[in-house]
Design a protein around this ligand. Structure first.
Ligand SMILES: [Zn+2]
Length: 329
């Protein structure tokens, strides 16, 4: 990426200004929903800072120097990217463990090999175990000179306060008009389709673009609407399964989006004031469950997706029954 996405522009300007004054924070926590290009932005920053030559402006990578070349082929010796590891059976682990963080902190204490900056990118902070968090705290408290940690999350609520308080938090500007304008330059879709995609993707621009490119607005709408009906007890879990033509894999992905949407919109909490706290927790649990199924799937597990979908639908239906009961009483 030669330019940052427009929704990160204001963030970039702030970083540029503190960088030029030599007051760049040691840790930046990029908090944005899935599909907003967090990793692209983190890579942009890392590459630009590693490339930076005194006097050059603005903060951008030249794309041609040694640092840029090495970064481009992911072999820059002063960059570490931390994500969940894949074990020897090819399965992705559930979390980022303490060993990975220890190795990282050791690496960050070594002398840099190239430009003087050492940069770590942690692609999903909330994947870290508690002991991994604790191991990272020390580095966040006493970072070496010219050390930058870029932490990414799509769930700021789940990031421990001890981590948040030691980072500068960056949030993109995902205002409706900005997202719509950007999308209309990327696709030939109609305004109506763009509006729908933005709504389905909860304003995450790249996710919305994906929806438009995949041309799956209709099936998404159908799944979302059916899940609403299950909650309203107008559709049983069995009927839900019977009426859908999608593969289970894509259904799980849509479930994840739906429950993420419910969680963000606080729709259920608003509808069930009496049960607001329970509703909040329930949606959180279901979303968590769907995400772990998805992970297990990516990790090559043989869990039976149909049974998992059924279990979620039953839970959703039962909760709906409770809500309906209250609203009738
Ligand atoms: Zn360069």
């Amino acid at each position: 990426m030669t330019e940052v996405f427009p929704w990160f522009k204001a963030n970039l300007e702030r970083i540029e200004s503190s960088f030029n004054q030599g007051r760049l924070a040691h840790a930046l926590l990029i908090a944005a929903p899935f599909g907003a290009g967090k990793l692209e932005f983190a890579n942009y920053l890392a590459k630009a800072i590693l490339c930076y030559q005194p006097g050059s402006e603005p903060l951008a990578a030249c794309g041609e120097c040694k640092a840029c070349t090495l970064f481009g082929v992911q072999t820059h010796p002063d960059v570490r990217s931390i994500e969940r590891l894949v074990d020897n059976k090819g399965k992705q682990k559930q979390s980022i463990g303490i060993d990975q963080i220890r190795e990282l902190t050791n690496k960050l204490s070594e002398t840099p090999q190239l430009s003087g900056w050492r940069i770590a990118i942690i692609t999903s902070v909330t994947d870290m175990t508690t002991s991994a968090f604790n191991a990272l705290l020390k580095t966040l408290e006493e970072p070496g000179k010219k050390t930058l940690l870029l932490l990414l999350t799509d769930n700021l609520q789940k990031v421990p306060a001890t981590i948040k308080s030691r980072c500068q938090i960056l949030k993109p500007d995902l205002s409706h008009q900005l997202v719509i304008n950007w999308l209309s330059k990327q696709t030939d879709s109609t305004n109506e389709q763009i509006e729908q995609a933005v709504e389905l993707a909860i304003a995450a621009p790249l996710a919305a673009l994906q929806i438009l490119n995949d041309g799956v607005i209709e099936s998404r709408k159908q799944v979302f609407c059916s899940l609403d009906q299950v909650l309203a007890n107008q559709l049983t879990p069995q009927e839900f399964i019977a009426q859908l033509e999608l593969e289970e894999d894509s259904l799980i992905a849509l479930f994840a989006e739906y429950f993420h949407f419910i969680q963000c919109s606080k729709k259920l909490v608003r509808e069930s004031t009496q049960y607001a706290r329970v509703a909040d927790q329930l949606v959180f649990d279901i979303y968590d469950k769907v995400i772990s199924y998805q992970r297990a799937q990516f990790g090559g597990s043989n869990l039976q997706p149909k049974l998992q979908l059924q279990a979620i639908l039953i839970q959703w239906f039962e909760f709906g029954r409770k809500l309906n009961h209250i609203s009738r009483a």
